[in-house]
Design a protein around this ligand. Structure first.
Ligand code: URA
Length: 442
C-alpha cells in the first residue's frame, strides 16, 4: 500500500479502510510521506470528504502516531479546545482560572491556522517560552503547578504536527474530518478526562454556519465519547472578533487585562467555559461555579497562576508588570467607519489582514511577527459616526493590500442583530446520528 494509492483512492471519492488510513498516518509520522503527499491527501479529503467512520479512524490513527501520555497521578484532568477564531484567546484566560481553582489542566494546543490565531504562537510572545515539552515535562508540570500548555512534537501526536503545518499554508483547513481528527487526536493522545470543545461558527470561523458547526461538534463528541472521555461541545459565535485585539502580543496583553478584570466577549465566553468545566469536573452547581470563577479573577489568583505557568515553561514574565515588554509594531494606521449607523466587523478579513502583515505564515515553518496586530476601538453593534476611528493597525510596513483588507472588515448598516455567544451545547445525548459504530474498532 503506497501513499500514492491512498491519495488516488480518496481523489476518486472512495471510502478508505482503517488499514489504508493507519498506513497513511504511519507514513506521515515516520516521514516516509512527503509534504506534497500530505497536501494532496488533505486536499482530496477537503474536496471528497470522509464518512464519520473514516474520520474517527483518522483521529485514532493520529492519536496513536506517537506516544500516548499517562496522567501523573490519580485525579480529574481537564482540557478545552477551540476550532479556531479571530481574537480568540479563551485558552489563555481559562487555563489559569481553572488551575487556580484546583482543576488541573493538561492542554495540547496548536499554532495559527489560516486566518485564525494559535495559542502556541501567542505563548511564544513571552520570550523564551517553551511549547515543546516532553511527555515527562508536560505531566510533571501539570502535577506540580496544575497546568501545562504544549504543542505536538516529533514524539507526541507527530502526525498532527506535520498535517497541521501543511494545512495552514495549503488552504486545506476548513474540512470537518480534518478539523475533527486534528483536534481530537491531540485530546486523545493526552490524558484529560474532561474535555470542553468550543466549536466556532460564523464569518471568522472555519464553519460558516451553525449547522456545519453542530455537525463538527457531534463528530468530535462521538470520537471522544467512544474513547471513554467526558466531552461536551459549545457551539459559539465567531461572526465578529471575540476580544478587542488581534495579533500575538496584542492578544496576550489583552489576556492579562482580562485576568485583571476587563470585561468583553472574550472574558464572558472564557468564564462561561470555566463554569461549564467546573460543573463537568466537580459537579459544581451553576451559581457556585460562577462565584468561584469570579473570585479567581477578583483575588488575582488566576493572574498569578498565569505568571507561574509562563515562568515554569521558561517565559519572560516582565509583561505582567509592564505591557511594553510585549511591544506593538511601530507603524500605526487608523481605520475609520465608512458611514454612520451600526458597526459590523467581519472577523475573517481582520484575521487575514493580520496574517498578511506578518502575523501568520505564508510558508510552512516560517517565523511570524508577534508585534503586528489590530486593536479595535469600537465593537460590533456600536453606533458610529462616519469617519470615526474604529481600529488601529500596528505594522512594520504599510502593505496596502492588507490594509485595504482590514478596512473592508468594517461595514455600517442600519441595524445590528447580536447573536448569542453560545448557540447550543452538544453532549453525548446528541450524537445518535453520527455514523460510527464503536464495536467496529474494538
Ligand atoms: N484546532 C486544531 O487543533 N486543529 C484544527 O484543525 C483546527 C483547530
Amino acid at each position: 500500500m503506497t501513499a500514492y494509492d491512498i491519495i488516488e483512492a480518496k481523489k476518486h471519492g472512495k471510502t478508505l479502510s482503517k488499514a489504508q488510513i493507519d498506513a497513511f498516518v504511519r507514513m506521515v509520522a515516520d516521514e516516509t510521506a512527503s509534504d506534497a503527499q500530505i497536501a494532496a491527501f488533505c486536499m482530496a479529503v477537503c474536496i471528497r470528504g470522509m464518512t464519520d467512520e473514516e474520520a474517527v479512524f483518522l483521529t485514532q490513527a493520529m492519536a496513536d502516531s506517537g506516544e500516548r501520555l499517562s496522567p501523573p497521578a490519580d485525579g480529574i484532568f481537564a482540557d478545552k479546545h477551540s476550532t479556531g477564531g479571530v481574537s480568540d484567546s479563551t485558552t489563555l484566560v481559562l487555563v489559569p482560572v481553572l488551575a487556580s481553582l484546583g482543576v488541573k489542566c493538561a492542554k495540547y494546543s496548536g499554532r495559527g491556522l489560516g486566518h485564525t490565531g494559535g495559542t502556541l504562537d501567542k505563548l511564544e510572545s513571552f520570550a523564551g517560552f517553551n511549547v515543546n515539552l516532553t511527555a515527562q515535562q508536560f505531566s510533571s508540570q501539570v502535577e506540580r503547578i496544575g497546568a501545562a500548555i504544549a504543542g505536538q512534537t516529533k514524539t507526541t501526536v507527530p502526525a498532527d504536527k506535520r498535517m497541521y503545518a501543511v494545512r495552514d499554508v495549503t488552504a486545506t483547513v476548513d474540512s470537518i474530518p480534518l478539523i475533527a481528527s486534528s483536534v481530537m487526536s491531540k485530546k486523545l493522545a493526552s490524558f484529560a478526562q474532561v474535555i470542553l470543545l468550543d466549536v466556532k461558527y460564523g464569518d471568522g470561523a472555519f464553519m460558516k454556519t451553525a449547522r456545519a458547526a453542530e455537525q463538527l461538534a457531534r463528530l468530535m463528541v462521538a470520537a471522544g465519547t467512544a474513547a471513554g472521555r467526558q466531552v461536551e461541545a459549545a457551539v459559539t459565535d465567531m461572526s465578529a472578533p471575540l476580544g478587542d485585539a488581534i495579533g500575538c502580543n496584542a492578544e496576550v496583553r489583552e489576556v492579562i487585562e482580562v485576568l485583571r478584570g476587563k470585561r468583553n466577549n472574550l472574558s464572558r465566553l472564557s468564564l462561561l467555559h470555566c463554569e461549564r468545566i467546573l460543573r463537568m469536573a466537580q459537579g459544581t452547581e451553576e451559581k457556585r461555579a460562577k462565584t468561584l470563577v469570579q473570585e479567581a479573577i477578583d483575588s488575582g489568583a488566576a493572574l498569578e497562576k498565569f505568571r507561574q505557568i509562563v515562568s515554569a515553561q521558561g517565559g519572560d514574565t516582565a509583561a505582567f508588570d509592564d505591557a511594553e515588554a510585549l511591544p506593538l509594531a511601530p507603524e500605526r494606521v487608523i481605520l475609520r467607519a465608512p458611514g454612520a449607523g451600526k458597526l459590523h466587523i467581519h472577523a475573517q478579513a481582520l484575521g487575514k489582514a493580520c496574517a498578511q502583515l506578518g502575523g501568520g505564515r505564508q510558508r510552512e515553518g516560517e517565523d511570524i511577527d508577534h508585534t503586528v496586530g489590530i486593536l479595535l476601538k469600537r465593537r460590533a453593534g456600536d453606533s458610529v459616526a462616519q469617519g470615526e476611528e474604529v481600529a488601529e493597525v500596528f505594522c512594520r510596513e504599510r502593505r496596502q493590500e492588507a490594509l485595504d483588507l482590514a478596512q473592508s472588515a468594517f461595514e455600517v448598516r442600519h441595524s445590528y442583530r447580536a447573536r448569542p455567544l453560545v448557540h447550543c451545547i452538544i453532549s453525548k445525548e446528541d450524537i445518535s446520528d453520527v455514523r460510527y459504530q464503536k464495536k467496529d474498532n474494538g
